[in-house]
Design a protein around this ligand. Structure first.
Ligand code: G3I
Length: 318
């Protein structure tokens, strides 16, 4: 097969990418790759609250609708991302402007309206994103401070009510292996299942770096969540490196991508493996990590790196 999508056929794992909607509109080569290489897509930004409700009660679904239509035209599923987060919330959404009861009503309305808008067209929703710190304590956010930890169960219930067929995920980074953060997710999700809260999946983002080494026990971690009856997904993979890139770093990078892919392929209920962008032309990494980059499987000219071949070969062997 000459695409990742074709190589993944029959594996039970969909292969995906985050999509930059400006690039999809303006860049024909980029658009062509999204259409042919992938069987699932995630909006990199355009379903986030800041983008869909710029003014209170004023919705703008245009960009997100374009992605959902694109996916349908190319027989791709959509991972909706993300409903509850501490980041990229609207500027008008502040603790000074609203009481806790009002914030709870706003969150319910946001989730209900967004999930209902896309009802029947979203495969997986990342309902809550990045709710724990790396040490396993709750992340201090506008939602935790004002609603308490029950906001997660509430968000899941509201989302389920608005689209009963969408699979509902909790999603985070640095939770790929067994560690304090993934332990916190394990405890929470076991409790949610026991309380019959509608939760269906555990997402590991997979933002790795060659200079940090790679988690060794990803399969073991995914497996314990699957034993709770949950699906799993690898949702945002990229493997950054200190610049400049060289052959050694690119080989290490290829291994980072396949460590996560193999864990997914070896797990019984891992449903997708999504890249957080497939080309360095649009990657978020250099803008956030000074002196780092080259984090995706294709360079700025869309030339495949060793990582691309490694992903394809791993899929082909599965
Ligand atoms: O749209 C505005 C544009 O109008 C303005 O001129 C420009 C100036 O800075 O900013 C643009 O918004 C940027 C937006 O991306 C769209 O490009 C924001 O500044 C920028 O902060 C935002 O970054 C996104 C980041 O989430 C925000 O935290 C990245 O693209 C996106 O890749 C990243 O994705 C997150 C996942 O959602 C969750 N997991 C981690 C992952 C990486 O950080």
């Amino acid at each position: 097969p000459d695409t990742l999508r074709a190589a993944a056929r029959g594996t039970g794992v969909r292969i995906g990418t985050a999509v930059d909607m400006d690039a999809l509109a303006e860049d024909d080569a980029y658009r062509g790759e999204v259409a042919t290489e992938f069987s699932t897509v995630t909006p990199e930004n355009v379903m986030k609250w800041q983008l869909v409700e710029p003014q209170p009660g004023v919705y703008d679904w245009a960009a997100a609708d374009r992605l959902v239509d694109f996916a349908r035209a190319h027989r791709q599923t959509v991972r909706g991302h993300t409903l509850v987060w501490h980041n990229q919330n609207p500027a008008w959404l502040t603790e000074d402007a609203y009481t806790p009861a009002q914030l709870r009503a706003l969150l319910k309305k946001h989730i209900t309206d967004e999930v209902r808008h896309f009802r029947g067209r979203i495969w997986h929703w990342d309902v809550a994103n990045e709710i724990f710190n790396d040490d396993g304590t709750w992340r201090d956010t506008i939602w935790l401070r004002n609603l308490g930890p029950g906001y997660v169960a509430d968000a899941l219930r509201w989302a389920h009510q608005a689209d009963p067929r969408a699979k509902l995920f909790l999603n985070d980074y640095n939770n790929e292996g067994v560690n304090a953060k993934s332990d916190a997710y394990y405890a929470l999700m076991r409790q949610l299942k026991a309380q019959h809260v509608p939760v269906h999946g555990y997402g590991v983002q997979g933002h790795l770096g060659v200079q940090y080494g790679f988690p060794a026990d990803v399969r073991e971690n995914l497996r314990r969540f699957e034993a709770l009856g949950l699906s799993t997904a690898v949702t945002e993979v990229d493997v950054r490196m200190p610049l400049p890139a060289d052959t050694v770093k690119e080989q290490a990078q290829a291994r980072g991508f396949t460590v996560l892919l193999q864990a997914c392929l070896l797990s019984r209920r891992c449903e997708s493996y999504t890249l957080w962008g497939f080309t360095d032309r649009y990657s978020w990494v250099p803008g956030v990590f000074d002196g780092q980059g080259s984090a995706t499987p294709m360079d700025e000219d869309l030339t495949p790196k060793p990582a691309y071949d490694a992903i394809r070969d791993t899929l082909e062997l599965a």
